[in-house]
Design a binder for this molecule. Structure first.
Ligand code: ATP
Ligand code: MG
Length: 255
């Protein structure tokens, strides 16, 4: 069965896109069939997968508005070897344009139904907001992955997100659950990061992935080359951490 994961946190710059791109590449390298959906007008996942957002013609925007078929929009075999539904800045307008459309929160879900059986994993990179785009991601997904930095305000933001997930579950998507919380850009020498990490484990228990993503310059460099870090520096700590995360996720499926 296809697993559809929304990678979400309304806080900006916490590693959603880095996780989407690099987990997509790592799951693909583990032999899984993976589709990455870029649901952010910033289109960082599109660029980070080697597709130019300036020149791409059809994107997730046309899919959401019902103007293009998902098959015609998908880019097969990106430089990360997974498939991609790209985005560009047009998507910023989608929010307003979708408001009067029927089933506005379920448009991505409905579109994905046409191709989901072709994949083992579909990852959705959400924008840093709890808006209609993110709602489409949460309605299409079975589970949410929450990347977070272990900082002072992180836990506060987390309770807003958990409440949103509860509301979405209640109103639209009864099966939606939290798949896991991922500690990103982690620096074990930072005492505050350790404290927040401890609190996170206390509150969320085994919902916190064992794998921790360290701060690693190679992860930040790779998008500039339009490739996941695995194809920029496969031996780097960042590449190894995302391979480890893929393994943790795949191992959990066999339990
Ligand atoms: P936004 O909310 O704007 O979509 P985001 O949550 O998708 O942001 P990213 O774009 O993945 O976050 O990361 C923010 C910045 O931090 C980027 O410049 C990225 O390259 C860098 N970054 C992410 N993870 C790491 C890491 N583990 N080590 C070093 N740099 C990282
Ligand atoms: Mg992002």
């Amino acid at each position: 069965m296809t697993k559809i994961l929304a990678i979400t946190n309304q806080k900006g710059g916490v590693g959603k896109t880095t996780t989407s791109v690099n987990l997509a590449a790592s799951l693909t390298a583990s032999g899984k069939r993976v589709l990455l959906v870029d649901l952010d007008p910033q289109a960082n996942a599109t660029m980070g997968s080697g597709t130019n957002k300036q020149t791409v013609k059809t994107t997730v925007y046309q899919i959401l508005l019902g103007e293009s078929a998902i098959q015609a929009t998908r880019i097969t075999g990106t430089r990360g070897k997974y498939d991609l539904i790209p985005a560009n800045r047009d998507l910023a307008g989608a929010e307003v344009e979708m408001v009067d459309l029927p089933q506005r929160e379920a448009r991505l879900k409905t579109a994905l139904e046409a191709i989901e059986q072709e994949y083992d994993y579909i990852l959705i990179d959400c924008p840093p907001a709890l808006n209609l785009l993110t709602l489409n991601g949460l309605c299409a997904a079975q589970a949410v992955m929450i990347p977070m930095q272990c900082e002072y305000y992180a836990l506060e933001g987390l309770s807003d997100l958990v409440n949103t997930i509860k509301r979405v579950r209640h109103n639209f998507n009864p099966k939606l659950r939290i798949e896991g919380l991922l500690r990103t850009m982690f620096d074990p020498r930072n005492i505050l990061a350790q404290q927040v990490s401890d609190q996170l484990q206390k509150h969320f228990g085994d919902k916190v992935y064992r794998t921790v993503i360290p701060r690693n310059i190679r992860l930040a460099e790779a998008p500039g080359f339009g490739v996941p870090v695995l194809y920029h520096d496969g031996q780097s700590k960042g590449a190894q951490a995302y391979l480890e995360l893929a393994k943790e996720i795949l191992d959990a499926e066999h339990l």
